[in-house]
Design a protein around this ligand. Structure first.
Ligand SMILES: [Zn+2]
Ligand SMILES: [Zn+2]
Length: 329
């Protein structure tokens, strides 16, 4: 099968022909139709996450149809369309798994990082971690729901019942979470790179009442802020923007160092927290909610053999909405 292969960090992906994977016990073989391109893929490529499988097929927003079942696999039927997210396997026995916090599992394995992902014509996945996707979404449109949507949703829950919500970095995740937040009656304040008119326009089109540069001051204090951009210097900036009791949620898996800041911007029961990975329950909740909002995805499609270009456009902040690979065969 054709795949885009990561053979070493800080190197571009290489188009390669590799053996089609065989589904093991409890796994399904999926014919991949679309795979989202996530900021996390760049963190893996750049060596900012310490433990990638190599060589590796990136991609953890996979939409595919069941092409074969592994031994004992019985949850799905051939031809069924499924989604595969970042959380690819958990141990089921550690204290986190037992407490319903499998996103923190000590031995979790992640798709497109420790398990091969969806930048390829086929992939295998543990059937217990696959999702049935809502009808009414095309394959390309459904892909960003699987990480940008899920992590955005988990971040929004972590932000509590904040009425005035700031979103720092208005890309794949923020453009989805903004729609959910608006449907809940929240007010949205969008922060982008200075001068990024396209992102600010998208934010306003999706219901943000204010959009401006990320180092700017919102017109009124916020009750919570979610930081999607991997820039640690946004943490003190966001803390200064939230009112007493407000929460700043760091939604990314990697962030540059957070500069030191005076205690008085945390004082007043402000909270800084991160969001890590997802649980299957997050996925089920969000995928049921998305069509009811309804959440609409804005995508930039790329063929599989232009994965490097999609990644570099994402790095440069030039993707409007979410970049998605379209896998044709
Ligand atoms: Zn566990
Ligand atoms: Zn992701």
């Amino acid at each position: 099968m054709n795949a885009q292969l990561l053979e070493g960090v800080r190197r571009p992906l290489r188009a390669a022909e590799i053996p089609r994977p065989e589904p093991g016990p409890g796994q399904v073989l999926l014919a991949v139709r679309a795979c989202g391109v996530c900021r996390t893929d760049l963190h893996v490529l750049d060596g900012e996450l310490s433990d990638p499988k190599l060589p590796l097929v990136l991609g953890h927003e996979i939409v595919g149809t069941v092409a074969a079942l592994g031994p004992g696999s019985e949850r799905f039927t051939p031809g069924q369309r499924l989604g595969v997210p970042w959380l690819g396997w958990t141990c089921g026995v550690c204290r986190y798994c037992h407490a319903g916090r499998e996103n923190l599992c000590d031995r979790a394995r992640f798709t497109g990082y420790q398990l091969d992902g969806g930048y390829a014509e086929y992939t295998v996945a543990d059937e217990r971690f696959c999702f049935v996707l809502p009808q009414g979404y095309g394959d390309l449109d459904a892909a960003p729901l699987l990480c940008a949507g899920l992590i955005g949703y988990r971040s929004l829950v972590a932000a509590g019942d904040a009425a005035r919500l700031g979103l720092y970095g208005f890309g794949a995740a923020a453009h989805l979470v903004a729609q959910v937040a608006r449907s809940q009656g929240r007010r949205i304040f969008a922060f982008t790179r200075a001068g990024d008119e396209a992102a600010q326009q998208l934010a306003r089109a999706l219901g943000a009442e204010w959009a401006g540069a990320s180092d700017g001051v919102p017109p009124e204090p916020l009750d919570a802020a979610i930081i999607f951009a991997p820039a640690g210097d946004l943490v003190p900036t966001a803390l200064r923007a939230v009112a007493k009791g407000g929460t700043v949620v760091c939604a990314g898996i990697h962030m540059s160092d957070i500069p030191k800041f005076p205690y008085d911007i945390l004082w007043g029961e402000r909270v800084v927290r991160s969001v890590a990975n997802l649980t299957r329950r997050d996925g089920e909740e969000f995928l049921a909610l998305a069509p009811r909002v309804p959440v609409r995805t804005t995508i930039e499609p790329y063929p599989l053999d232009r994965a490097n270009e999609a990644l570099e456009r994402l790095r440069a902040g030039r993707v409007r909405g979410a970049a998605v690979l379209e896998i044709a065969r």
